[in-house]
Each structure stands twice: as C-alpha cells, then as structure tokens.
Unconditional design. Sequence first.
Length: 150
Amino acid sequence: MEKAVVTNRKAGRDYEIIYTVEAGISLLGGEVKSLREGRATLNDSFARIENGEAFLFNFHINPYKFSADKTSNPIRVRKLLLHKNQIIRLFNDVQRKGFTLIPLKVYFKESRLAKLELALARGKRFFDKREDLKKKAQNKEIQQELKKHR
C-alpha cells in the first residue's frame, strides 16, 4: 500500500489527464530522508524528455537538517527512471500539440522505493474549468437531496 508523500493538487484543476505512468526518481540520501518527512512540493514542476532520457524540473525538496551535505540544490534537475519503450511513447505523445508531462504525486512503494506518478496531460481552458465547477455543484445538490430523502 502506497501513501502519497507529496501531491500536485493543481493538476486536476488545471489539466485534463490523458494517462499516467509510474516512474522512479534518482535521489540523494538526504533528499530521501527529507521526502519521507514530507518536506517537498510539486507546485509548478514538470517533466521533459531530452536526449532519450526523462528529467523532472522544479521539484523542490527542502534540505535534510541533519545532512552532512549542506550545499545541495533543493530544485536541481532529477532524472526519472523509466523503461525505454515508456520514454519513446511519452516522447511521441508530447510531440502532439498541447500535451505536457506533469507529476501528480510522489510516494514510497513497499516503504523503500521512491516513485512518481507522471501524467500526460492537456491544459484546460477557462470554459472547461467552468463546466467542471457546474458539474461539481450539480452533484453536490443531488447528494443533498438524496440525503434529505433518507
């Protein structure tokens, strides 16, 4: 069972998610310990494929306070660990207009492996967001009416 350490709450609101992929993250020791404490943020982070490898940008992990390495950069570029066929598929899908790779959540699998849920997504336009709000309000009204009749 995985428990999300960090989530990207803006992703569902700002993007239409097409599909997701699980990827490993290349981290240093102090980063892993800080991540276990939940001292990280996925806001404004994104992934890009360069030279046949996937990288994560703007993923901020606060420095671990007991780490010997005090010079580590909290927003350094981190390599994502994916199979070659996954990278090729993501690269081909991102080439289409309007698609991007965004991280949804970071979690520890089997309590030892740091994993990232990466999504191929398309940015929502303003009217799409407004439609989602209308649907949400309608569902809330329906639930309230059902609750009254029980």
